[in-house]
Ligand binder design. Structure first.
Ligand SMILES: Cc1ncc(C[n+]2csc(CCOP(=O)(O)OP(=O)(O)O)c2C)c(N)n1
Ligand code: SF4
Length: 334
């Protein structure tokens, strides 16, 4: 008689799967000694992927550095919902930079720590996709090029959410925002524009680049831990659904993030010194329609008529990612 090992997937929480793991393998969030860096009482929308991603990422960074951490935060939802003056939900040393200079401020903090002989204190910079891929891009590229000792985390909700859902250079093709064409033959964001910062970070040859989603929180924690083992410039790009801006149900945040990964639209991988070294394989391939349909920002693709051509262009983007990053389970080493 052959036996099949039982798999417990929900190992990032207090569930049975996590308790069956060796203590060293358990998730940071499952530990009663976690720092709760981003504490309750903040004003994020219900189901906010950014709040979830930040909580896991910064708690993992605190754990990895024995709480020797300073965070620099660009302007954006994460900063606004967590620190309405004079309150704060942060339980760690935390600085609000400008919208566009979080990477430069973090570089300065790291330099100050080095000058004071306190290099054991590590620095994380964080911001939304607008703060990262648009207005903060020059400072970020400089931080990469100088190989400054900072982990930069981008929480990618694919638009400027804090100011009312304007398009950013991370907004995907065909997605509707407040500043993309609302009517005409092809409403929504245009194809062929924007930029993919994980690959641009890799082109700088920095020691570590990773992507992650809030659907795979153990993977996210592991990548933050890995990043904190390394000195020099590091970049993690986290896919964080935004129920308000995307028109999704608050309860669907994890499902939407999982579908982004399982369609191939958001490739999840790690790269060291410009080379991809691992990827999270697609477990259950799904067509892009399944990911797009629950999101109101893509509603125009499904009514009044099915936008067959646009859907096939989006499917082609997913297929290209699958080929390019080797995301199918059998082709992947992840
Ligand atoms: C120089 C400057 N321009 C514009 C703003 C207004 N502003 C504040 S937050 C924000 C959008 C933030 O978008 P993003 O970085 O994508 O983060 P999100 O809110 O989506 O998390 C804008 C335009 C500002 N604070 N500073
Ligand atoms: S608008 Fe989006 S990113 Fe901002 S708090 Fe709400 S869900 Fe989060």
């Amino acid at each position: 008689m052959s036996f099949q090992p039982i798999k417990f997937y929900q190992t990032a929480t207090f569930t049975v799967g996590n308790r069956l793991l060796e203590p060293a393998q358990r998730s940071v969030q499952s530990s009663m000694r976690r720092v709760n860096s981003l504490n309750s009482g903040h004003r994020a929308c219900q189901g906010c992927g950014e709040a979830l991603g930040a909580r896991y990422a910064i708690d993992a960074a605190m754990d990895a550095t024995a709480s020797q951490l300073i965070a620099v935060n660009a302007t954006g939802c994460l900063e606004v919902f967590s620190t309405p003056y004079p309150e704060t939900s942060w339980q760690i040393p935390w600085i609000h930079s400008l919208f566009g200079n979080a990477a430069a401020v973090a570089t300065g903090v790291a330099a100050a720590m080095r000058a004071k002989g306190r290099s054991q204190i590590r620095v994380v910079a964080q911001g939304g996709d607008g703060g990262t891929t648009d207005i903060g891009f020059g400072c970020l590229s400089g931080m990469f090029e100088r190989n400054d000792d900072v982990l930069y985390i981008c929480y990618d909700n694919e638009a400027y959410m804090n100011t009312g859902v304007q398009r950013s250079s991370a907004t995907p093709p065909a997605a509707r925002t407040a500043t993309t064409p609302a009517v005409g033959s092809a409403p929504g964001n245009v194809f062929g524009q924007g930029k993919y910062v994980p690959e641009i970070a890799m082109a700088h040859g920095i020691p570590y680049v990773a992507t992650a989603t809030v659907a795979d929180l153990r993977d996210l924690e592991a990548k933050v831990r890995r990043a904190m083992e390394i000195r020099g410039a590091r970049y993690i790009h986290i896919f964080v659904p935004c129920p308000l801006g995307w028109g999704t149900a608050s309860s669907d945040t994890i499902r939407i993030a999982r579908l982004a990964k399982e369609t191939g639209l958001f490739p999840v991988f790690e790269a060291e010194h410009g080379e991809v070294v691992s990827r999270l394989p697609i477990r259950k391939p799904v067509p892009v329609e399944e990911y797009l349909r629950p999101q109101k920002r893509f509603a125009h693709l499904f009514q009044p008529v099915l936008a067959v051509e646009t859907l096939s262009r989006l499917q082609a983007l997913a297929d290209r990612n699958i080929r390019k990053y080797g995301l199918m389970a059998e082709a992947s080493n992840g």
